[in-house]
Design a protein around this ligand. Structure first.
Ligand code: NAD
Length: 433
């Protein structure tokens, strides 16, 4: 099939590259010219494992094209995936201006049938707003179109695998014509395909993300209780997780969820409920608990070190999760900021996210960036772990101890087994253990 993807970010690029890999012809429309230049040269503007390799494959077989020109994208195909950003507004609601722009400009340019698909995460009933916008700006009322919802559930760090082998595909459609296009598109996917109305599909996405965020805040509160009582959160989570009704995923205690989805989607879902006259107090608590995690972590660091003023601390991990360079809403941002205010001298290291982090925290004024994890810990009086990269799990802790001024680790991600690290002579402070 011929497909057009509007927005070449984490979701749009993965969508385009994966559909091209599956044999479709894809044109990605990205409005930032520098990104398109990079992409045409076969370079990904984001770090996502396996993405660049798959991109090369499709570029060389000419199944993947990039443009800045929406008109070109609309002439290329009838199936338009909207993958633009839906960031958070100051009041917590979703900013849909990028979606509105795509709907409006598409309406002005289209001359024949188009299926407009929301892949971006949007509040329930956004499809109604898209339809209204298209009706307003379309050249002629005789041009047919459909609006559908096909939310994306991929996770950064495993986006390719998640896209190609999803747990389920959710499609909200209103016409047989649109349904048939999706049936053809997803016919080789070996997973349940749930056809619903668009409002239900939109709601499934926000409800799923909010539920997962709720699991994380829940286990983080239980971790605090473990620290007070001497219980072990990892075993508690295992003990709970074997229950099929609960499941072990998303029960890892830590410094809270971050990224471009959970924090904004939980807030947006609270707002959506409010707009319809409902108080989703449960989610307000989920959000509150999460916002406090970085504060609790810094309190712990201060409790352990008494004062951090003028102390050199190494920080391993800045990305909001492993295998990505994304630092949007990463807990590291708040933690680094609070420690700097306390007068700490920080030596930061992350395998992929340092360039992005430097844009927020340039070198100097208490901040330096290390070339590897070992140079970060040189003469440090504490090592703080903020992201659970494999590189840290496999680190030579004997070497780390030899380099540090004080062998002390405050681990925000429970990367190590406490007995093993303590046996090496470290003071070790994990979460909830
Ligand atoms: P992103 O910011 O990485 O990418 C959005 C891209 O769209 C940017 O490159 C931007 O320049 C481009 N863009 C904006 N307006 C445009 C226009 N008019 N024409 C062409 N390009 C335009 O965002 P993302 O992380 O890919 O997320 C996109 C959507 O998918 C959001 O709604 C997000 O909530 C949702 N989502 C994200 C993830 C994730 O893990 N990142 C997972 C599932 C769903």
């Amino acid at each position: 099939m011929k497909l057009t993807v509007v927005g070449g970010g984490y979701v749009g690029l993965t969508t385009g590259v994966c559909f091209a890999h599956l044999g479709h012809e894809v044109m990605v429309v990205e409005k930032i010219p520098q990104k398109v230049e990079l992409l045409r040269a076969g370079r990904s503007p984001i770090y996502e494992p396996g993405l660049e390799e798959l991109m090369h494959e499709s570029l060389s077989s000419n199944r993947l094209k990039f443009t800045t020109n929406l008109k070109e994208g609309l002439e290329f195909s009838d199936v338009i995936f909207i993958c633009v950003g839906t960031p958070q507004r100051p009041d917590g609601s979703a900013d849909l201006s990028q979606v509105e722009e795509v709907a409006r400009e598409t309406a002005k340019l289209m001359t024949s049938y188009k299926l407009l698909i929301e892949k971006s995460t949007v509040p329930v009933n956004t499809h109604q707003l898209i339809k209204k916008t298209v009706q307003r700006y379309i050249k002629s009322p005789d041009i047919p179109y459909d609006v559908a919802s096909n939310p994306e559930f991929l996770r950064e760090g495993s986006a390719i695998e998640d896209f190609l082998k999803p747990d389920r595909i959710v499609v909200g459609v209103e016409s047989e014509r649109a349904k048939k296009i999706f049936e053809e598109l997803y016919k080789d996917f070996n997973c349940p395909i749930i056809f619903t109305d668009p409002a239900t599909a939109e709601l499934i996405k926000h409800a799923s993300n909010s539920f997962l965020a709720m699991k994380i805040s829940f286990i983080n509160m239980v971790a605090d209780l473990c620290e007070k009582t001497g219980a072990d959160i990892k075993l508690v989570a295992d003990g709970m997780g074997y229950d099929k009704r609960i499941g072990r995923d998303f029960l890892n205690a830590g410094i809270g969820y971050g990224g471009s989805c959970f924090p904004k989607d939980v807030k947006a879902f609270i707002r959506i409920a409010q707009d319809y006259g409902l108080d989703f107090g449960l989610l307000r608590e989920v959000d509150r608990i999460n916002q406090e995690r970085p504060i609790r972590f810094v309190e712990k660091v201060k409790r352990v070190l008494w004062s951090v003023k003028d102390k050199k601390l190494a920080v391993w991990g800045l990305a909001f999760k492993p295998n990505t360079d994304d630092i949007r809403e990463a807990p590291s941002i708040k933690i680094v900021d609070m420690l700097l205010r306390e007068g700490a001298k920080l030596s930061l290291y992350d395998p992929k996210a340092m360039e992005n982090f430097k844009l927020l925290f340039p070198e100097g004024k208490g901040i330096s960036y290390a070339k590897d994890p070992y140079s970060a810990v040189e003469s440090a009086e504490g090592l703080l772990i903020l992201t659970e990269w494999q590189e840290f799990k496999r680190a030579d802790l004997g070497r780390v101890k030899g380099l540090m001024a004080l062998p002390l680790i405050v681990d925000g991600r429970n990367v190590y087994e406490p007995e093993e690290v303590r046996a090496l002579g470290f003071e070790y402070y994990p979460v909830g253990r």
